[in-house]
Design a protein around this ligand. Structure first.
Ligand SMILES: O=C(O)CCC(=O)C(=O)O
Ligand SMILES: [Fe+2]
Length: 345
């Protein structure tokens, strides 16, 4: 099979906002899969596992490797990329139904794929208030969480949002992940689940001047993520300082939206927020993730969402593994836990 390198879908030449799509050649998928089949659980020594996965992924064809690295390092590259024909575990145990790692998983190919791709973008990190600080997150529908605005949901549309982290300095957009990587182990039964990405460049191009000016003003307070408010505030709101939702250079805007609620401070801000969710829906790139595919998501260049789907809790539900990736651990060192490298408050 010939490799499709940097197939840019869509018709927005020069904007850099379309979905990038890459596929591993079959021979590379097989070779990477053979190496990753020998991997032990990466949780035992994350720094060793990231080094080994880096070595394995170094065998990707140079043009593909360069595309992935460019995705991570350049402001003008797409905000979302799909990587296909990835190796998969030979045997996949039932999908866990509690959002925790499956104790029955005996091989670590999916974890290796996740860490290999993540390592090309930066450093995988854990947050104590998200999946107990684990580095590899299991994203599955969880009974009781169907209608929540969290990664445990299924029956409610998960609104366009950024993955953010509470920080006592009052800003929740600074210490959060620069990227998310989502590796699909199992699709949902009906194939209904769709992940969406709305690029801030497309969003700003579709907004009127007044609304954009409002969104660029510090007229919004973000609620801290669900994991934080449950653990530290009995589920009550813990709001950030007033911030703009869109910031930065016109050609390279950054966007931040909290999944757990945004409080607009004026009537104009309220209207602008509604318009923002509308525009996100209209410009969004839909991606129905399938096993053997991973989605690379820039958490600053755009916002993501997930459609409704139907869980059955029969062990065959949708199963993604996810990492949070920072370009640098240095800029969040004040949040580092004293006991575990890569894990943060
Ligand atoms: O389930 C998905 O497709 C994405 C969920 C999500 O927002 C996340 O994992 O951060
Ligand atoms: Fe998310």
């Amino acid at each position: 099979m010939t490799m499709t390198v940097a197939d840019i879908l869509g018709t927005r030449p020069g904007s850099g906002s379309a979905l990038a799509v890459w596929e591993l050649p079959d021979s590379v998928r097989e070779a990477v899969g053979r190496d990753l089949a020998l991997l032990d659980s990466p949780a035992a020594d994350l720094d060793w596992a990231t080094a080994r996965c880096h070595q394995v992924f170094a065998r990707l064809p140079t043009e593909l490797l360069r595309g992935l690295l460019d995705f991570g390092r350049h402001p003008d590259t797409p905000g979302v990329a799909l990587v296909g024909n990835l190796p998969q575990d030979p045997v996949l145990p039932p999908t866990p139904s509690d959002g925790r790692p499956s104790p029955a998983k005996e091989s670590f190919v999916s974890e290796g794929v996740l860490l290999g791709l993540s390592g090309l973008l930066g450093e995988p990190v854990g947050m104590l208030t998200e999946k107990d600080g684990r580095i590899v997150h299991d994203v599955v529908p969880v009974p009781g969480g169907e209608h929540t605005q969290t990664n445990q949901g299924s029956r409610a549309f998960l609104n366009f949002h950024s993955d953010i982290v509470h920080d006592p300095v009052g800003r929740y957009d600074l210490a959060g992940p620069d990227f998310l990587v989502l590796n699909c182990l199992r699709a949902d039964h009906a194939g209904e689940a769709v992940t969406y990405y709305a690029d801030a460049r497309d969003i700003t191009a579709s907004l009127g001047d007044d609304v954009l000016t409002t969104l660029r003003s510090p007229l919004f307070r973000l609620n801290a993520p669900g994991g934080y408010v449950r653990a530290h505030a009995d589920g009550r709101e813990v709001l950030s300082d007033p911030v703009p939702l869109i910031s930065g250079a016109e050609a390279f805007p950054e966007i931040t939206v909290a999944a757990n609620g945004v409080r607009p401070l004026t009537g104009a801000a309220d209207t602008a927020l509604l318009r923002l969710q509308e525009v996100c829906r209209s410009v969004a790139q839909p991606v129905p993730l399938r096993p053997g595919q991973a989605l690379l998501v820039n958490n600053r260049k755009g916002v993501h969402a997930r459609s409704v789907f139907t869980p059955r809790y029969d062990g065959m539900d949708r199963w993604l593994q996810r990492t949070y990736v920072r370009r640098s651990l240095w800029t969040i060192r004040h949040r580092a836990s004293p006991t575990a490298r890569r894990v943060h408050f």
